[in-house]
Design a protein around this ligand. Structure first.
Ligand code: NCD
Ligand code: ZN
Ligand code: ZN
Length: 411
């Protein structure tokens, strides 16, 4: 009667780990029980493995449309599947940028055609598209680049920002980085959000000083994320990686890494999102001034975090909170982020004992490199299941014609 049974896995629930069977039917988690008798044709023996909710990566740049030489929904979603990511939320800095409903519908079409994992979108703001923002439906939030760097998709003055916060109908996710650096910009944004009691989510927190500022304002309405590259790399990475370590905000000091891990323990950091920002090797090989900013991340974030679990730095229940439950809760993603009867069967089966070396040549991302090339990590995603369908198994994409779908945001 079930389509798929995950038998005997160590299943990670919000309140702990239990060895149970997870039974899937019609793309949903139909039943969770100690030992199912009614075996179907497709049973995965998960003995010794962990079963996690699929990872939700709430900050990726998949590059469709307009920048598909770097990545597209096909390659980017395959990279997701290989990294245990079953849902991504895509950023609006494409060509054209995503600034209205037509732009969104175009992206929806491309993603439905090509993505083998589930997806959702942000809309961008340029200070002129407020009416378009008010009209769009089913998006995670408004992404704002606050600062001067990003022409055609940024807001430079605080007044335009105030207008959005005052309206306050959906989460506002901020890339806060002004000429004075990310600290001043974050501070300014937090003050405006407080004034209007608005929902704000600070993207890619990278420094201890930002953490201190966010801590002062922290509430259900003020949330933030950091990215694996800020946890695992610091500015010394430039010695080996050169421009391949060039990212916005830039890599920081060792003490900042410590502060970020501390903020994970304290609950100041709500989620890990990769800021997956693929650029081609030949672009990165240009001079420092010319090389584009950004590093890919969807394929390596779960393995990096699993390695931390193995090293005793974080526990697996907390990992699931940061990478599954909290992204679903913060952006109101329907029926995802937890292993619960009735929720979507987005699952990842993980071997915590296996070690694997990240190698550029094995990656699915179109850009073909990772700042974590050659890192040996313990903890490997073995099987990724999207809406009840196996899309990745033992290093191979097996999705066939299966495509993911657009998630529902309940906000
Ligand atoms: C992003 C990209 O490449 O799209 N790069 C990055 O370093 N984070 C753009 C951005 O958000 O800065
Ligand atoms: Zn950003
Ligand atoms: Zn980004």
């Amino acid at each position: 009667m079930y389509d798929l049974i995950l038998k005997n896995g160590k299943v990670v629930f919000p309140d702990g780990v239990k060895v149970v069977d997870v039974c899937v039917k019609d793309g949903k988690i139909e039943k969770i029980m100690p030992s199912v008798k009614d075996l179907t044709k497709d049973v995965i023996d998960c003995s010794g493995f962990y079963v996690l909710p699929g990872i939700i990566d709430a900050h990726v740049h998949m590059r469709t449309p307009g920048l598909t030489m770097k990545e597209d929904f096909g390659t980017g979603s395959r990279a997701c599947a290989a990294g245990g990511v079953t849902t991504f939320i895509d950023m609006p800095n494409t060509r054209p940028p995503t600034l209205n409903n037509d732009d969104l519908d175009e992206k929806r079409g491309f993603a439905s055609d090509d993505s083998i994992v589930n997806f959702g979108f942000y809309i961008g703001a340029n200070g002129k598209n407020f009416n378009d923002i008010k009209r769009v439906k089913n998006i995670a939030g408004v992404k704002i680049y606050f600062g001067a760097h990003y022409k055609d998709i940024s807001i430079e003055d605080a007044e335009a920002l105030e207008e959005l916060f005052k309206w306050g109908k959906m989460p506002i996710i901020i890339h806060a980085e002004s000429e004075k650096g990310s600290y001043e910009a974050v501070k300014q944004v937090l003050h405006i959000a407080k004034k209007y009691d608005a929902r704000v989510h600070i993207a890619h927190v990278s420094t201890g000083s930002e953490i201190e500022e966010i801590e002062k304002f922290k509430s259900e309405k003020v949330t933030c994320e950091t990215a694996p590259h800020y946890l695992f790399l610091n500015k010394n990475a430039f010695q080996d990686l050169g421009n391949f370590a060039k990212v916005n905000p830039s890599l920081q000091a060792h003490e900042d890494q410590e502060a970020l891990f501390g903020a994970i323990d304290d609950g100041v950091i709500d989620m890990i999102a990769t800021d997956h920002a693929p650029h081609l090797k030949e672009e990165k090989e240009k001079s420092f001034e010319e090389a584009p900013v950004g590093v890919p991340g969807v394929e390596t974030s779960l393995p990096l975090m699993l390695d931390m679990v193995n090293k005793g730095r974080i526990d697996i229940v907390k990992l699931v909170k940061l990478m599954c439950e909290n992204p679903a809760r913060i952006f109101g993603i329907k029926n995802k982020g937890k292993i619960v009867e009735g929720f979507d069967a987005d699952l990842v089966i993980v071997d915590m004992d296996e070690k694997r070396v990240i190698r550029n040549e094995n990656l699915f991302t179109k850009c073909g490199w990772s700042p974590f090339n050659e890192w040996e990590l313990q903890g490997v995603p073995k099987i990724t299941i999207v809406n009840g369908v196996k899309v990745f198994e033992n290093g191979k994409i097996i999705a066939g014609d299966f495509r993911g779908g657009e998630v529902k945001f309940l906000q």
